[in-house]
Design a binder for this molecule. Structure first.
Ligand code: AMP
Length: 112
C-alpha cells in the first residue's frame, strides 16, 4: 500500500481539504508555501509517466477538481500553482500520482 493509499483508507491521519468518489486532497505535511495541498487519485497511478489511456477520465477529473480544492483552501483569488513531480530528477518521493497545489504568496519562477 502506498503512503497515500493509507491516508485515503484513514489509516494515517491527514488534514483533508476535499474529497469525492475519485480523489482526495489533504495538506502537505512539509509545506513549501503558506498553502500546500496534495490532490491524489484514489485509484493508484504510480506517476504520470505510467498513466495510460484508461486513466484519461480519472486524470481529467483530478485536474478539474483542483480549482475547487484551491477555493476551499482560500487561494483561488490570489492564484496558485499546480505541480506534478515525475521520477528522480523531478523530485518524486511518493510513487502514487499527486498534484501539488501551492499558493498563499507570490511564487518564483523558474523553480530552483
Ligand atoms: P513528491 O516529492 O512530489 O513525491 O511529493 C510527496 C509529498 O508528500 C511531499 O511534499 C511530502 O512532504 C508529502 N508527504 C509525505 N508524507 C506525508 C503525510 N503523511 N501527509 C501529508 N503529506 C505528506
Amino acid at each position: 500500500m502506498t503512503l497515500f493509499e493509507r491516508i485515503i483508507a484513514r489509516q494515517i491521519p491527514a488534514d483533508i481539504v476535499y474529497e469525492d468518489d475519485q480523489v482526495l486532497a489533504f495538506r502537505d505535511i512539509n509545506p513549501q508555501a503558506p498553502v500546500h495541498v496534495l490532490l491524489v487519485p484514489k485509484r493508484v497511478v504510480p506517476r504520470i509517466a505510467e498513466a495510460t489511456a484508461g486513466d484519461q477520465s480519472l486524470l481529467g477529473h483530478l485536474l478539474l477538481a483542483a480549482p475547487e480544492v484551491a477555493r476551499r483552501a482560500g487561494i483561488a483569488e490570489g492564484g496558485y500553482r499546480l505541480v506534478i513531480n515525475n521520477g528522480r530528477d523531478g523530485g518524486e518521493t511518493v510513487p502514487h500520482l499527486h498534484c501539488h497545489i501551492l499558493g498563499g504568496r507570490p511564487l518564483g519562477w523558474p523553480p530552483g
